[in-house]
Design a protein around this ligand. Sequence first.
Ligand code: SF4
Length: 291
Amino acid sequence: MICSLCPRACHALRTPDEGRGFCGLPSTMRIARIAPHLWEEPPVSGTRGTGAVFFSGCTLRCRFCQNAPISHRNEGKAMTCRELADSLRRLVDMGVHTISFITAAPYVEAILETLGLYRPPVPLVYNTSGYESPETLRRLEPFMDVYLPDLKHFSPSLARLCTGREDYFPVASEAILEMVRQKGDPVLDEQGILRRGVLIRHLILPGCTSDSLAVLRWIADHVPSVPVSLMQQYTPMNQVDIPGFQRSITRREYDRVRQGMLTLGLKGFYQGPTASDESFVPLFNQPESFV
Ligand code: SF4
C-alpha cells in the first residue's frame, strides 16, 4: 500500500514486511499487548476493564512517551486479521465492557478487515494521540462507537518541542471536531459505560499550566458538552531531555488547571497522582501480554 492514513501523509510504500514512512511500520499489524485493562476512565474500563489492543508504533512519538519501546521502537509481534479477531472474541468472553484500539491509525485497513471477520458486541473505542486525519476518521465512522483522543499542546512551539510537529493543535482540534460531528453528545448505559461519544484527555505538563488552560478554553468554546479527563500523572521517562521536564507536576500546578476547568464549566474526570508511577506501564511483549 501507499500510505497516507495519518496527517504526515508520507505517501510511502508499506508492504507486509516493511514500511518506508515516518512510522516505519509494515502493513501487517504489529501488536504489543492484548489484555483486559482496568486503568482507563470509568466509562471505558468500568469494573471489568476494557479489552485493550496496544498497537506498536505511533505517528506522533512524544519525546517523553512512557511506552517508548512500542511507540518509538515498534516492538511487538506480527498478527493477522484472523488472529486479532480471535483475540477480540476471547476478550469479550472474559467480560470486558468495551474494546480499545490504541494508537491504531497505521493499521486502519487491517482493523476494518478484522471487524469484517468479527464485530465485538460491546462499544469499540478508538484511543488516539489526537493527531489524526479527518479522511481516515470518516472511514472509521460506521465502526467506532467512542473516540478517546488526547488534546495535548496548544502552542506550536511547545508542540514542536514535545513532538516535532508544530501543526499538532490545528490538526488535532480539526480531528476532534470530526469525532464530535460523528458521535454527538455522550450516551452512557445503565452501568455508566460510554456507548457512544467522545472523551478528551489532557495531560498537564510541568511548567505548562498556561498551555493547559488554553487547551481547556478551546474545548469550552468549541465542544463544551464533551467530557474531559484531566491527567496529572506526567512522569519523566524515555530519558526526556526537554528543559524543565525532568520532574512531575506540582500540586499547585494541578490545582491551577483543575480550577480553570471548573471555572469553564467543563465536566469530566480527574486522574490522581497514584498513576504517576512507572509501575503503571503495562507489561508489553511477554507471553502473558496476550489473551
Ligand atoms: S501511518 Fe505511517 S506511513 Fe502512513 S502516513 Fe502515517 S507515518 Fe506515514
